[in-house]
Design a protein around this ligand. Structure first.
Ligand code: F6R
Length: 613
């Protein structure tokens, strides 16, 4: 949801800003801009469209200067346009601002500023901040004080970078509810919405906490609370491999990330398995002790958004099956507003790849306030979720750059399987032999995913025959209905094909009215006991003219009459099969996207990290 960057050093700022923005394009790509301190004035360049439009502009007309800020936008207030692109400035152009977040009270602030005669150029909420900072700067003659006072007037979320022509040696940065890091280089420093932006330059970063401010100079960085008290904190050393944030020969990040899943699953699973010889006999979570949680839990509440929510829907079946604890699953944007009933006997699991999703963080805070124990499952070390939750389980998936989530989803499922099994064994709802058998099955999952990926030509062919269908419905029962939800989301977000998911048994209660010869129905069938049931559903849609595909495991001969095509994935223990059976549908979504001429890494209207409501 918008990416911001900033540079202070001795290099030319413009190429650094463009380069760092390139790593954040996944956060928004409808317009981009930079502001660079050039002698005694601030020069702003901005343009509607992808970052390359801005890049061409600044290559033609170079701006000199070694301090600057930059922005890549995902529009919230005001359409994508040159004018609405960031940076925004005060009237005289002496203060420039980039912002990620939403100023919820911007209309009121705008009215007050307009009453003082200020004429706004854009329709954005951000421009309010530029004028507000200016207002306080005129009173205090101190840019840090001015930013601090302006922030006190803002309701909503912000990650901010501010430069002022009277302070040509520094960037003022601040954050609340939107992520922001400070990258610490040698004789140069950076700000950025996310770590990959600065990895080429430094591996030492500060994660700014809620309502913290940073004053970033080329040779040092000062950190402050919202009231201006100095803070000392240790930098965090990032040890990711740079290559994991590059495409590495794949046409798209999405495809690369689909193929990275065996490794990501192994990286997530192996450090948690306790082995006797080669045999897994127990689970340990990064030395984190869950025993108090397991002992007292009476109910699990899982809350998340989008794909992460679908991992939660699948997890309901896994926890209930093994640990026999009742589970409630809710999308975070609903959970936070429905006055949920939460007690200290509840364990709230929040799932978030980024660890920065605004609604999920709000749900986390609500759960903590209500006295529940909060476990965060996240992919981002140092993210807000990882810092605010009581316990954290990391998905060791490596950076996920493609907007559509793939490896984050399967590694989230892996963490949830591990947690459910550990909980089940601790609560004696599964025996030691059952526990060990399940651990061995789970340990085979990465290899099974690898096998599916080895022969994906059937999916590619199927996509080439079906990418023009006007509707695609995914159906499944039990945990396969959760996979159906995720499958439909994946397809719609990257191919823009109309796709929906239904619990298979619900078809005849309404959705079957939509079936015609331009419909594809994909049945996900990994639960053998229900093969006959899902086969009947497939017969029903086939007889009404739909094209049909079954993704099944083991002996799928029952579907020979009802499915035009059957994709058989390697046989996997019931609950864990959800990790394996999702691979063909991820590939199907990817190929449909490419066949339609879309860029699967940057689907229209979407952004990777939804840090606004
Ligand atoms: C879909 C997708 C989104 C995210 C959702 C939550 O492919 O990526 O639906 O899953 O925005 O994001 P996180 O997991 O970062 O909280």
């Amino acid at each position: 949801m918008c990416g911001i960057v900033g540079y202070v050093g001795c290099k030319e700022a413009t190429p650094v800003l463009i380069n760092t923005l390139k790593k954040l394009e996944y956060r928004g790509y409808d317009s981009a801009g930079i502001a660079v301190m050039n002698d005694d004035e601030i020069l702003v360049r901005k343009a509607k469209g992808a970052l390359k439009v801005l890049e061409e502009m600044v290559v033609k007309e170079v701006i000199k200067g070694s301090i600057g800020i930059g922005h890549t936008r995902w529009a919230t207030h005001g359409e994508p346009s040159d004018i609405n692109a960031h940076p925004h400035t005060n009237v005289s152009g002496s203060i420039a601002i980039v912002h990620n977040g939403i100023v919820e009270n911007y209309a009121k602030l705008k009215e007050q500023l307009q009453a003082q005669g200020i004429v706004f150029k854009s329709q954005t909420d951000t421009e309010v901040i530029a004028h507000l900072v200016n207002f306080f700067y005129e009173q205090t003659n101190d840019i840090f004080e001015a930013v601090k006072l302006a922030l006190k007037k803002l309701e909503g979320s912000y990650a901010l970078g501010v430069i002022c022509k009277d302070y040509p040696d520094r960037i003022i940065a601040a954050r609340k509810d939107s992520p922001l890091i400070v990258g610490l280089g040698k004789g140069e420093n950076f700000i950025a919405s996310d770590v990959p932006a600065v990895l080429e330059y430094t591996r030492e970063v500060y994660f700014l906490d809620q309502k913290e401010l940073a004053v970033v100079y080329s040779d040092h960085v000062d950190l402050f609370t919202e009231d201006g008290e100095k803070i000392i904190k240790e930098p965090f050393h990032v040890d990711w491999d740079m290559a994991s944030a590059e495409k590495g020969g794949y046409a798209h990040f999405m495809l690369k990330e689909i193929y990275e899943q065996p490794k990501a699953l192994r990286d997530t699973l192996h450090p948690r398995l306790v082995l006797e010889g080669n045999k897994p006999v127990d689970i340990k979570f990064d030395e984190m002790d869950f025993s108090s949680i397991f002992k007292n839990v009476e109910r699990i509440i899982i809350t998340a958004c989008g794909t992460a929510y679908h991992a939660g829907v699948a997890a309901r079946y896994i926890f209930e099956e093994f640990a026999r604890v009742p589970v409630v699953v809710d999308v975070a944007s609903e959970f936070r507003y429905r006055n949920p009933i939460i007690s200290n006997k509840d364990v709230v699991i929040i799932i978030s790849q980024s660890g920065e999703t605004a609604d999920t963080l709000a749900a986390l805070r609500l759960a903590k306030e209500a006295g529940a124990q909060v476990v965060a499952i996240t992919n981002c070390v140092g993210s807000t979720a990882s810092r605010e939750a009581d316990k954290v389980i990391y998905t060791w998936a490596g950076p996920e750059i493609a907007v559509a989530s793939t490896k984050a989803y399967t590694t989230q499922l892996m963490c949830l399987c591990l947690l459910a099994l550990k909980m089940a064994y601790s609560r004696n709802t599964i025996s030691k032999p059952e526990y060990e058998k399940l651990l061995s099955s789970l340990n085979e999952v990465p290899e099974k995913v690898e096998q599916v990926l080895k022969d994906q030509s059937i999916v590619q062919k199927f996509a080439s025959q079906n990418f023009n269908k006007s509707k695609v419905f995914y159906i499944g029962r039990l945990i396969d209905s959760a996979s159906s939800l995720e499958s439909a989301l994946k397809l719609k977000e990257v191919s823009y094909m109309h796709s929906e998911a239904f619990a298979a048994g619900e078809l005849k209660h309404g959705p079957i009215a939509l079936i015609d010869t331009d419909t594809l129905v994909v049945g996900i069938a990994t639960q053998k006991a229900l093969y006959e049931k899902i086969n009947s559903n497939m017969e029903e849609v086939k007889s009404r003219g739909a094209a049909t595909l079954i993704i099944g495991q083991g002996d799928t001969s029952v579907f020979n009459g009802s499915a035009d095509t059957v994709i058989t994935v390697p046989e996997t223990e019931g609950m864990f099969a959800a990790i394996v059976s999702i691979i063909p549908v991820q590939l199907f979504a990817y190929y449909c996207s490419v066949l339609k001429g879309n860029n699967p890494d940057k689907p229209r209207n979407l952004a990777k990290s939804v840090t606004v409501e």
